[in-house]
Design a binder for this molecule. Structure first.
Ligand code: BGC
Ligand code: MN
Length: 350
């Protein structure tokens, strides 16, 4: 091969090699060109998605305001007139917003809460104005010396329950100072006093320091007693033990009467909820629980009360007393009852 031939061969080789290579480079550039449009498109889409979420939220906010504002006739006791017939509220309320971190600010003032939730201002009761609630609930909250928790609780629970389109009333039940705290007695009293006032479908046995975080945690009763506070932050959002029935639970009037309510004997901290669980099992009932991702609660911080040393003995012998000890044999006096605007306060003595 002579010099010329060799050069032309190299050129041809180069051409063979570079031609597709150039084509590939061109293709790559066009691909990048197209991808760039995709990326810009995604950014624009995300922006409008954010706007979309924002619009959705403000729409809900508006709906909520309208919903609360049109509820002037919700004073169940003072309003003696027959309510106008309304359609049943939907099974799932359109006002639910899912997870919402509870406001636990020390700066909550009940005066501001009052202004916000002015349509729940007859002893803390509410009913939706535009539809008939599917259930009427009484929130029974045992109480002692926890003013700072009470205002956070009240501020949180009103909008939470309103968004669920419930008809409800909040009862705070307290014992005279010199009597040892007794959660079982207070809840029994709450049940008896609330039942005198209205025919509630559901009673919530509710600690003041527990705030539901997710409003798909529907405050409704079922055909079996329900344990609501399945996942509490204090217990790492896990059930502390399988038979736990404390914190927040929901029972119908029939279910409470069937087991004779709580035992009245558990003074001090602990055991009364375990005894109630034993009562349910004793009466062949089981307990329902919803999914932990929805049944989430935050527990407000407090010092641990001294546990009742007697509780294990009482628990062992509990089912021997179940027929007498409870709602049936409870005697109490009401030493103070005040219908505050956002809750009804009942103080008892013996
Ligand atoms: C007590 C219950 C309490 C539970 C979770 C148990 O040891 O007996 O009354 O609800 O702990 O704190
Ligand atoms: Mn607690």
């Amino acid at each position: 091969m002579n010099q010329r031939q060799e050069t032309s061969l190299t050129v041809t080789r180069k051409a063979i090699f570079w031609k597709p290579c150039r084509r590939m480079t061109a293709m790559l550039w066009s691909l990048l060109f197209v991808i760039q449009f995709f990326i810009i498109g995604i950014f624009i889409y995300q922006g409008s998605f954010k706007n979309y979420v924002y619009v959705q939220l403000s729409k809900y906010q508006k709906v909520n305001e309208e919903h609360f504002d049109s509820t002037l006739e919700n004073c169940l006791i003072r309003d003696t007139s027959e309510p106008a017939p309304k359609p049943k509220c939907p099974v799932i309320s359109p006002y639910l917003i899912g997870y919402r971190k509870p406001v636990m600010d020390d700066e909550i003032h009940l005066v501001e809460t009052l202004q916000k939730y002015r349509y729940a201002q007859c002893g803390g009761q509410f009913r939706p104005s535009n539809c008939e609630a599917r259930q009427k609930a009484a929130l029974l909250v045992p109480f002692r010396d926890r003013q700072e928790h009470l205002k956070i609780f009240i501020n949180h629970m009103h909008p939470f329950l309103m968004r669920q389109q419930l008809e409800y009333k909040i009862y705070i039940i307290d014992l005279d100072k010199e009597i040892r705290f007794n959660r079982g007695v207070l809840l029994n009293v709450g049940f008896l006093e609330a039942s005198k006032e209205a025919d509630f479908d559901c009673y919530f046995l509710h600690d003041v320091d527990l705030l539901p975080e997710h409003d798909h945690n529907l405050y409704r009763c079922s055909e079996l007693p329900r344990h609501m506070s399945v996942a509490v932050d204090k217990f790492n959002y896990r059930l502390p033990y399988l038979t736990n029935f404390g914190g927040v639970s929901a029972m119908t009037k029939d279910q409470i009467l069937f087991v004779n309510g709580f035992s009245n004997k558990f003074s001090g901290w602990g055991g009364e909820d375990d005894d109630l669980y034993n009562r349910l099992i004793f009466h062949n009932m089981t307990v329902l629980r919803s999914m932990p991702d929805v049944s989430r609660y935050i527990m407000l911080k407090h010092d641990q009360s001294p546990p009742n040393a007697e509780r294990f003995k009482l628990l062992r012998t509990g089912m021997e007393r179940v027929m007498q000890d409870g709602i049936k044999n409870l005697k109490y006096k009401i030493s103070n009852r005040t219908d505050y605007l956002l809750f009804t306060y009942i103080n008892i003595s013996f």
